[in-house]
Design a protein. Structure first.
Length: 91
């Protein structure tokens, strides 16, 4: 299995492949980027038919989909801020 070409999805832009290889991107994020890029390519193909007057840079959309930073879940515990209780007035 080659994370840049398997399973069969549209190929990533060559610039994106070079970038991912240069940073030695791990397989899981690369697979995510490939899936997102494939869906973005489907949208780029369909948008002109449904919104003929909409102008957009399809190359930028596809490159962005192929290189965006996937959201990473943080394993740090959440910090809860408790509201200070109201001060008692002195009598």
């Amino acid at each position: 299995m080659d994370d840049l070409t398997d399973p069969p999805l549209r190929p990533l832009p060559a610039r994106a492949v070079r970038l991912l290889e240069r940073v030695a991107a791990p397989p899981r994020p690369v697979a995510h980027l490939r899936a997102v890029h494939d869906v973005a390519a489907q949208l780029v193909d369909r948008v002109p038919r449904h919104c003929p007057g909409l102008e957009f840079d399809s190359e930028a959309v596809l490159f962005g989909a192929a290189t965006h930073r996937p959201r990473v879940r943080c394993s740090r515990p959440r910090v809860t801020v408790l509201a200070a209780s109201p001060r008692r007035r002195r009598r």
